[in-house]
Ligand binder design. Sequence first.
Ligand code: ADP
Ligand code: MG
Length: 341
Amino acid sequence: MRKLRVLALVHKELLPPDNLPEGVDPATQPWRTEYDVVTTLRGAGHEVKTLGIGSDLGLVRVAIEEFKPHVAFNLLEEFHGEAIYDQNVVSYLELQRVPYTGCNPRGIMLARDKAISKKVLTYHRIRVPDFVVFPMKQRIARPRRLEFPLMVKSLVEESSFGIAQASLVRGDEALRERVLFVHEKIGTDAIVEQYIEGRELYVSLLGDRRLTVLPVWELLFTRMPEETARIATAKVKWDFKYQEKHGIRSERAQNLPPALEERIRQVGKRVYRSLMLSGYARIDLRLTDDEKIYVLEANPNPQLAYGEDFAESAHAAGISYAELLVRIIRMALRRRNVAAT
Ligand SMILES: Nc1ncnc2c1ncn2[C@@H]1O[C@H](COP(=O)(O)OP(=O)(O)O)[C@@H](O)[C@H]1O
Ligand SMILES: [Mg+2]
């Protein structure tokens, strides 16, 4: 690939250092993804400018004018402190006609809203947990069709923000309390879903029209106490010590009969297309004992850190980290002249 000017868009508090301070392990830092992407692209000979963004789009415009990037590498997960605003930054890149990596704004919007996405998937006959939305400041009354246990989550937040053992509720009082927690502490509407007991599987995909489905990944809880629910809480995802203590790790899903693995891959593709995703995404699923596949959510622009699930499943498919980033950039350049992919 020819040498490119890459504008890496990152959150202003996640600017990676140009030179690693001594004794710092990047894998344990909050800016690990940003660091991995930037250093790998630089290592491949590209000129990378990192731009830290908080709430000022003007900075993006100036960087586009001055740096004249061939492509923007989008690592933003929020704008102005709002998770759902990242789609607007991508829309702005479209208006500026700058090719960008990852998902288009419409796909981000559809996938981010955990209710809209389930409505679209239901139309396409893809199995999702039954659910109800409790908007902020409105009455909290459980519809009778939804029986306990139930999962209470933010309608739009990501990365297990607000997900804890207390998110799994078994009675109306606990339900009410947790919905109020989401309203007041997370500051968003809440979605309450039927709890799906089962194996937790992730399918990662790469592509715009032609899709590459990466090997199915599984989150394992090997030393979790019996009474603790096997759900991917914030602690499970982000607390290294907790992971070690409870034997939490992820790896290629074992013991999936080939026909079942193929069904999971097909569900992954159908979700990706139904939600109009592009670039790369990870679909979170649950597989029940009787082999029903439920889609929990789709994650456009999932975490790209080296050694994390997406990169690891690419690795298992024979795609190195550097190749993965190149493929993501290639896609961006290929759709350069296509309005709204
Ligand atoms: N309906 C559900 N049934 C069972 N587990 C769930 C359900 N919803 C969420 N979870 C658990 O909570 C985790 C986080 O929920 P998810 O909807 O993926 O939110 P996030 O966007 O924060 O990743 C899931 O990975 C899963 O372990
Ligand atoms: Mg998830």
